[in-house]
Design a protein around this ligand. Structure first.
Ligand SMILES: *Cc1c(COP(=O)(O)O)cnc(C)c1O
Length: 357
């Protein structure tokens, strides 16, 4: 069986070492020493000034929306994981969908301005598949119209833009360390900002608003994560360079094998240091995509329709995004994960190419 992804599993002995410490301290959660250490290591690894480790990538988005006090309408992408849209709705705001660029699959900045109304408070864009959005254009638009910017950077561990971690950009960037992501801590996520005031605000939000045991600084939520999760993050962080290297090799291998066929690949933005986290393939039609999926599945290979449906089609929102709808219908992510072998990649490619011919 070849799934679309498999979590990276580090050597057990490395995790056990951390468990011993947790047992000794009996400090299991509430911003313990391993959570602190993970935040320090992440800041070093990514070169970012502020980072808060949180329970998951969805609470990270919700905290970002709260911290920026967003209300009314948020312009967002229809081509992402459902959490990007559902977080906006969960926070009582209205998602307004700007269609995507057909080659990068990111929100098309030229479609944003026409959607701005007096009710618009922010732009929430996903760096889809780890490919950064048109950051410069989005920043210009946001400045011009006084909007906040949040980036859902859940796919972006290790991605750089203009030589800096992509987590640097926007008022707040969020990410996920879910087990399916390139770097994971089983469950987990983080919020990043370069603004000290926002960082402090996010710290209160993460911990029920606690400002000491008996004092509160505003409404908060439980956005914390545990020592056990932080330990997994610390162990996996030691392997992340190796994970990234392997992903890059696997990406090049697929690219090489499948180019020359009728499939289309995503176009990377300029000045990107890519993390090769996913391998999306766009087919000529939905019919072809579904046929490839069917053939792979009978051979025990399980690609996924990332991302389907296009989010403006969810029944609790509305929007008109024909490009996203079209791409969603005919895209598949092929298997990529650390243990995937060249032989397995060959097998995947053979079924894909045979179906196309
Ligand atoms: C995975 C993902 C999320 C959600 O992260 P969780 O940690 O699972 O809550 C949000 N946005 C995108 C784009 C994702 O891929």
């Amino acid at each position: 069986m070849i799934p679309v992804t498999k979590p990276f599993i580090p050597p057990l002995a490395e995790y056990n070492k951390y468990l011993k410490g947790i047992w000794k301290r009996s400090w299991l959660t509430n911003n313990g020493p391993l959570v602190n250490e993970l935040e320090i290591r992440l800041k070093e690894n990514l070169g970012v000034p502020y980072c808060l480790y949180v329970g998951n990538g969805t609470i990270a988005l919700q905290m970002a929306i709260k911290a920026l006090k967003l209300e009314g309408e948020i312009i967002t992408t229809p081509f992402s994981y459902v959490a990007t849209t559902s977080s906006i709705v969960w926070e009582g705001c209205k998602p307004v969908f700007a269609d995507i660029h057909p080659k990068t699959l990111n929100i098309d900045p030229s479609k944003i301005e026409a959607l701005i109304t007096p009710k618009t408070s922010a732009i929430l864009a996903t760096h889809c598949f780890g490919n950064p959005c048109a950051i410069d254009e989005i920043e210009l638009l946001a400045k011009k119209h006084g909007l906040k910017v949040i980036y859902d950077a859940a796919h972006c561990f290790g991605t750089t833009y203009k030589g800096k971690s992509v987590f640097h950009y926007g008022d707040i960037s969020t990410t996920s360390f879910h087990a399916t992501k390139l770097f994971h801590s089983v469950e987990g996520g983080a919020v990043f900002t370069t603004d000290h005031g926002l960082f402090e605000k996010l710290g209160y939000l993460r911990n029920f608003g606690h400002d000491g045991p008996e004092k509160f600084n505003g409404v908060g939520i439980n956005g914390k994560n545990s020592e056990f999760h932080a330990a997994m993050g610390l162990v996996n962080l030691r392997h992340v360079d190796q994970i990234k290297k392997r992903r890059k090799d696997q990406y090049s291998y697929y690219l090489n094998k499948l180019s020359g066929s009728s499939v289309q690949f995503i176009q990377l933005e300029d000045e990107v240091g890519f993390n090769y986290a996913y391998f999306p393939v766009i087919f000529k039609s939905e019919k072809v995509a579904l046929e490839v999926k069917r053939v792979l599945e009978i051979n025990q290979i399980f690609p996924r329709r990332y991302f389907y449906p296009s989010l403006s089609k969810l029944d609790y929102v509305s929007g008109n995004t024909p490009i996203s709808d079209d791409i969603s219908s005919r895209i598949l992510c092929l298997p990529v994960y650390h243990e995937l072998t060249v032989e397995e990649q060959d097998l995947v490619c053979r079924f894909v190419l045979n179906t196309l011919n």
